[in-house]
Design a protein around this ligand. Structure first.
Ligand SMILES: [Fe+2]
Ligand SMILES: [Fe+2]
Length: 212
C-alpha cells in the first residue's frame, strides 16, 4: 500500500504555483484524505464534472472572446476525460458513486465574485486559478502517501491542473484592463481562510478537519 517514492511537493510543483497559494494544505487534511479515500474519489469525480461545467458556462456567456472559447473548450474536454478516469478507477475499486454535498470551498470563493462585467469575468477566472492551483497542490501532497495506481494517476493530474491554473491566470490578466494583483491578493486571503478554518465536512477542497 505505502510506497517509497522520491516525490516531494517541491519537486512536483512549480515554485510559482506554491507562491500563489498563501498556505500549504494542513497535514490533518492529508491524514483525513488517506482515511477517507472512497469519499475523496467520489468528491474528486464531482469536482472534475463541475470544472467542465464551469468552463462550459463561460463558453455560453462570453461568446465574443475567441481565446476564452478555445481555452475553455480544451479545458472542459480535459476535465471530462479526468472525470471518466476517476469513474473508471472507482468502478475498478468497487467504490459506489452516490450524491454527496459540495464542500463550502468553491461557493465560498464565488460568493466574492463581482456582479457586473468585465469584473465578473476577471473574478471568475481568478477563482478558477485558485481552485486549479489548490487541486494541483493537494494531488502533489497526497502522491507520496498513496498506492502506485492512484499516485501515477495523480501525477498526470498535477501536470494538467497545473496548466489549467496557468491558463486561468493568463486569461484573467489578458482580459483585465488594469493590473489584477490586488484582486489576486484578495482572493488568496479568502482561499487561505477556507483551507485553514475548521470544517466539519471532509471533501477534496475542505478546510482543517474539525476534529483536529
Ligand atoms: Fe481535472
Ligand atoms: Fe483542472
Amino acid at each position: 500500500m505505502m510506497t517509497t517514492m522520491p516525490d516531494t511537493v517541491e519537486a512536483l510543483l512549480p515554485a510559482e504555483l506554491l507562491d500563489f497559494l498563501l498556505c500549504a494544505t494542513p497535514e490533518a487534511w492529508c491524514d483525513a484524505a488517506l482515511a477517507n479515500q472512497e469519499l475523496l474519489l467520489i468528491d474528486h469525480a464531482q469536482c472534475e464534472k463541475k470544472a467542465a461545467s464551469t468552463a462550459m458556462s463561460l463558453m455560453y456567456r462570453y461568446v465574443d472572446r475567441p481565446l476564452l472559447l478555445t481555452k475553455m473548450s480544451q479545458l472542459a474536454r480535459e476535465e471530462l476525460l479526468h472525470f471518466e478516469q476517476v469513474v473508471k478507477l472507482m468502478e475498478s475499486r468497487g467504490v459506489a458513486y452516490h450524491h454527496i454535498s459540495a464542500s463550502r470551498y468553491a461557493e465560498g470563493l464565488r460568493s466574492h465574485v463581482r456582479r457586473d462585467d468585465p469584473d465578473r469575468l476577471i473574478d471568475i477566472l481568478i477563482v478558477g486559478a485558485f481552485i486549479e492551483a489548490r487541486s494541483c497542490e493537494r494531488f502533489a501532497r497526497l502522491i507520496p502517501r498513496l498506492d502506485d495506481e492512484l499516485a501515477k494517476f495523480y501525477r498526470t493530474l498535477v501536470k494538467s491542473e497545473g496548466r489549467h491554473y496557468e491558463d486561468y491566470l493568463m486569461l484573467a490578466r489578458h482580459f483585465a484592463a488594469e493590473p489584477i494583483d490586488e484582486r489576486i491578493d484578495f482572493f488568496a486571503a479568502r482561499e487561505r481562510d477556507l483551507i485553514e478554518a475548521p470544517d466539519t465536512v471532509f471533501r477534496f477542497h475542505s478546510g482543517l478537519p474539525a476534529a483536529a
